[in-house]
Design a protein around this ligand. Structure first.
Ligand SMILES: Cc1cc2nc3c(=O)[nH]c(=O)nc-3n(C[C@H](O)[C@H](O)[C@H](O)COP(=O)(O)OP(=O)(O)OC[C@H]3O[C@@H](n4cnc5c(N)ncnc54)[C@H](O)[C@@H]3O)c2cc1C
Ligand code: SF4
Length: 321
């Protein structure tokens, strides 16, 4: 049974390399290391060679490492629920990680409690459609006359934890930093329909532990933020608490308050944008460049608009002073 109110922590993994390889503070690695060290199995999301997000089963740290980093598209679960049930029935310790609806879906599929199952869910903004991601990559490849070799949905290495810039690495040695997919994500038209009525936009979650980026950290734990990543950790029940105690030596921790941690996806689902229907008509009937210009902040007109906005903000700040 999950508590009505979680225990709340700000967490940084003590190994700076782990933190650099993780989206926020590296809590997922600390938890999954504990499970792997006891012969357990990890389920989570990786990116395939075709840059599709899928869930896989991992039994080594190397396989698990591919799960690090947020892939901001819907992950295909394939038949992992069947693999999970087999591992559980074989008496193996299993850690399943995913969005809240994936964790809730697994619990409902299992239909009963298993002592050997641990679940982590992520605080989830919503998942973009993989079809938009695919068309976006094709557009970037044709524009840059090369094949994409690697992608980083949110380049923390070059821009720091708080920034949101996607980077694409090409076989012709080009590196492209862009905000087109990021902008589409935050404009919300590309989210899956279920995300607009998500029942997990709340402090109560289906995981034993819930993890997120700790937005609001400067208020919740002043001085803790170094822009290299801090995880928000919600411990939701006794099982989660026991696990959290077991990994404490790997972590730098501050106990915080839920009131200081309330980012929008912990409060309510996002509204369906007024232009969502039009977006999808345009997506299927025009080329991606037109979509990128109309909805993704791409192109000269958008650059001018953004520069003007920046100048206005600067003038306002000067006037205030
Ligand atoms: C689609 C999506 C939306 C998110 N929205 C928010 C948000 O609104 N606010 C917020 O604070 N944090 C959000 N996050 C979660 C957050 O960014 C990190 O997952 C969390 O901070 C864990 O930190 P870590 O350092 O332990 O990360 P990592 O080690 O990088 O965590 C990796 C974990 O994320 C899981 N994962 C990665 N991509 C996916 C995917 N597509 N589907 C399911 N699971 C995935 C992996 O299985 C693994 O468990 C989102 C993540 C995703 C994938
Ligand atoms: S927003 Fe809710 S419904 Fe959408 S993927 Fe995330 S957890 Fe699932």
């Amino acid at each position: 049974m999950n508590w009505k109110k979680p225990k709340v922590y700000a967490v940084k993994h003590i190994d700076s390399e782990v933190r650099a390889a993780s989206r926020s503070g590296g809590i997922f690695t600390a938890i999954s290391d504990e499970v792997l060290n006891h012969g357990g199995i990890i389920y989570g999301c990786v990116l395939t060679e075709k840059f599709e997000a899928v869930h896989i089963r991992a039994v080594t740290a190397d396989e698990r490492n591919a799960m690090r980093g947020s892939k901001y598209i819907q992950s295909n679960l394939g038949d992992v629920f069947k693999q999970v049930i087999k591992d559980l029935n074989d008496g193996k310790q299993v850690l399943f990680s995913g969005t809240s609806c994936q964790v809730a879906g697994l619990r409902s599929f299992l239909g009963k409690h298993y002592d050997n199952l641990l679940c982590i869910d992520i605080v989830c903004h919503g998942v973009p459609s993989p079809a938009v991601w695919k068309k976006y990559l094709q557009w970037q490849e044709s524009k840059n006359e090369g094949k994409i070799q690697n992608v980083d949905f949110r380049n923390k290495k070059d821009y720091g934890w708080a920034a949101h810039i996607e980077s694409l690495f090409f076989d012709n040695d080009k590196k492209v930093d862009s905000r087109v997919f990021t902008t589409l994500f935050y404009e919300h038209s590309i989210l899956r329909p279920a995300c607009y009525k998500c029942p997990y936009k709340d402090v109560v979650h289906p995981g034993d532990i819930t993890i997120a980026d700790y937005w609001g950290i400067d208020k919740a734990a002043p001085g803790f933020n170094d822009n290299k990543g801090v995880s928000l950790v919600l411990v939701n029940n006794e099982l989660g608490e026991q696990l959290f105690q077991d990994i404490k030596d790997e972590l730098d921790i501050r106990e915080t308050k839920i009131e200081d941690s309330m980012q929008p996806p912990l409060k309510a689902p996002f509204d369906i944008p007024d232009n969502r229907e039009q977006f999808w008509v345009d997506f299927y009937t025009t080329d991606f460049e037109t979509v990128a210009k109309k909805y993704g902040g791409y192109g000269f007109k958008n650059d001018v608009k953004n520069s003007l906005k920046k100048i206005k903000r600067k003038i306002k700040r000067l006037i205030k002073r």
